[in-house]
Design a binder for this molecule. Structure first.
Ligand SMILES: [Zn+2]
Length: 142
């Protein structure tokens, strides 16, 4: 019997916690600058001491911009087969000071409205080349 459990689209970018999914990044403890993906050093030119610590970001945000991916992206991006267009959004995460890109978890990509509240979810992107379902972070309108 083969293992058909879902796999994460990327390592060390998101995690499922007891409070739900979160993005994995880092924050400078000196100047509070957030980084996603995680950074090994603070890049704030006004910060005089880089003190990077792991941080969780999300789950609530506001959709700042949206577009529809109307054609299949090239590998290694995983998409449904047969392909169906999906929405990609830029999301301002509440309280975290970050603007993050992510696929939007919606039935109709044309129905998404800029300015609305969204919440971080983990959802399938499609099937990877090895047959496993691939999951990643996405944003779901609320
Ligand atoms: Zn700093």
């Amino acid at each position: 019997m083969t293992d058909s459990s879902p796999v994460h689209a990327a390592k060390d970018l998101f995690v499922e916690t007891s409070d739900g999914p979160r993005l994995l990044g880092s924050r400078c403890e000196t100047c509070r600058a957030p980084y996603f993906p995680s950074s090994e050093a603070c890049h704030n030119p006004d910060c005089d001491h880089s003190d990077i610590q792991p941080a969780h970001f999300g789950p609530h945000g506001t959709l700042w911009s949206v577009t529809v991916q109307n054609y299949p992206p090239p590998p290694p991006v995983v998409a449904s087969d047969p392909y169906s267009p999906y929405a990609v959004g830029l999301v301002d995460l509440e309280t975290d000071g970050l603007r993050v890109i992510g696929r939007l978890h919606v039935e109709d990509p044309a129905s998404v409205k800029v300015g609305g509240p969204v919440e971080l979810v983990l959802a399938p992107l499609g099937q990877g080349q090895d047959g496993h379902e691939v999951i990643s972070w996405q944003f779901e309108p609320r």
